[in-house]
Design a protein around this ligand. Structure first.
Ligand code: AMP
Length: 192
């Protein structure tokens, strides 16, 4: 299995690129953001809990997120996938460690963290723009958008070092057309 973490701040283009990459490499796309939105839409207990965090632009607690992610990986493993494309997970050091241990338990590993690098003001602009059509409450408000980016720097950005220490970090310029960025990503992934 080839398992890849697609990384970057909110608005970096992870979801857009994941749609292309999952087809190209036949990977299972796992987005914790999508999982939370599914639960919120269906008003499950997990969704109600997640909403209290997502609406403020904060991360959902690790214990909840880790269990949700592991359940989904276990479910998908029954189909013997080529690998997973993690999008929006891990987002904290605790999540990264849980993922490392979980992959080891499943006799596999993370091959690489591929990061989309984009400046903050471009991120805010992209998210405000996306908010006009995404229907996502957390894209509709500039204050929440800025809080999501702040949360990224508080808790998530540090994961670069975590994966760098394992020689698994690959940064890619995330500014350009969708096709240009896909080409940059496939250059990295092709060498794994
Ligand atoms: P995203 O679609 O990846 O931007 O995620 C939307 C929201 O879901 C985030 O702002 C968080 O509130 C929550 N979320 C998604 N993934 C995680 C995660 N790995 N850890 C904690 N919260 C998450």
């Amino acid at each position: 299995m080839t398992n890849i973490v697609l990384f970057g701040p909110p608005g970096a283009g992870k979801g857009t690129q994941a749609e292309v990459l999952k087809e190209k490499y036949q990977l299972i796309h796992l987005s914790t953001g999508d999982m939370f939105r599914y639960h919120m839409k269906n008003d499950t207990e997990l969704g109600k809990l997640a909403k209290t965090y997502t609406e403020k632009g904060h991360l959902v607690p690790d214990s909840v997120t880790n269990e949700m992610l592991k359940d989904e990986v276990n479910r998908q493993l029954e189909n013997n996938p080529n690998g997973f494309l993690f999008d929006g997970y891990p987002r904290t050091k605790d999540q990264a460690q849980v993922l490392t241990d979980f992959m080891t338990e499943k006799k596999t590993k993370i091959a690489a963290m591929v990061a989309l690098e984009v400046g903050d003001e471009i991120l805010v602009g992209r998210l405000l723009d996306r908010g006009k059509s995404s229907g996502r409450a957390d894209d509709a408000n500039e204050e929440v958008i800025r809080e999501r980016i702040a949360e990224y720097y508080r808790k998530t950005d540090v994961l670069k070092e975590y994966y760098q220490a394992e020689n698994k970090y690959y940064g890619v310029n995330g500014v350009g057309s969708v096709e240009e960025i896909t080409a940059r990503l496939t250059e990295v992934i092709g060498k794994l």
